[in-house]
Design a protein. Sequence first.
Length: 271
Amino acid sequence: MSAMNRERFQSSLSRSRKIAVLTGAGVSAESGIPTFRGAGGLWRRHDATRLATPEAWQRDPGLVWEFYHHRRERALGCRPNPAHHALARLEARWRDAGGAFTLITQNIDGLHEQAGSRSVVRLHGSLWQVRCLSCGAVTENRDVPITPAFAGSGSPDPDAHARRFTAAELPHCGCGGVQRPHVVWFGEALQASDLAAAADAIDGCDLLLVVGTSAVVYPAAGFVPMARRHGALIAEINVEPSAVTSLCDFVFTGGAGEILPSLLDVAPAHG
Ligand code: BJW
Ligand code: ZN
């Protein structure tokens, strides 16, 4: 991307009153959290996207919990990177100037919130919440291991000794029901309130930043053409082209943590 494009982008950014951001796993890659597709998307011999399914849960809930236990353990040691911080600073500047700013994330790691982002729509749930399959209660849970039985389990090594967990070893709610990760798997509906909040953010936004997502998973990917129909400018930040690159007015190629701090170091023109 030439210096001129960068200047054009920054001038559009500064004049934007309503900004929306869509992030994916790539924004957390530099924090040490693996992405889903491509290298790093394997746990043992399982494709991560195949474990994030109701079918995998039905087949072996213990295996699915082991996968999430591994991700919780790993995420505990991860901190927000300069990309998360740059987005949080941008939000604060826009909020102070009376502008609108919403960050829509597909990530469940909580790193945007940790960096100080406040207006966050979590489309795919949270790694740190569990849901009871009997009474539906959603609770915060930061226990690692999730239950004592998972201590020392979850190694991504394909040759790791694997054992099957019994139903009694899974996390349980006070009501006696089994708890699952409070995340959205393939084929499951996103929360209507999250979808509505995301649609509100896209509706009439002047600029949409698309950061670190392959943009192949719907409905999240659909927010990009939706923004385009609303006449928004679209800027992508990614290490490689995504499924929506052709819809973007600006494409910045590289790591989000490398690019965003200086690219977003812009003051709002209004306010
Ligand atoms: C960097 C970087 C660096 C690397 N800097 N960049 C329309 C058409 C076709 C199919 C469908 C459709 N509508 C719905 C569907 C079905 C399905 C779907 O989309 N399938 C497609 C795959 C074809 N969607 C669903 O099933 C959704 N539900 C639904 O639609 O329900 C309808 C319904 C209504 C009423 C009743 C019942 C149902 C649900 C989707 C849920 C997705 N869940 C997961 C797991 C979440 C929990 C967990 O984390 O475990 O979400 S799957 C996984 O993919 C996860 C992610 O959030 C999501 C997106 O992935 P993301 O973030 O883009 O990651 P990657 O790895 O793909 O990409 C990383 C990117 O970063 C790459 O581009 C890199 O280049 C880049 N990168 N390093 C910048 N340093
Ligand atoms: Zn319960």
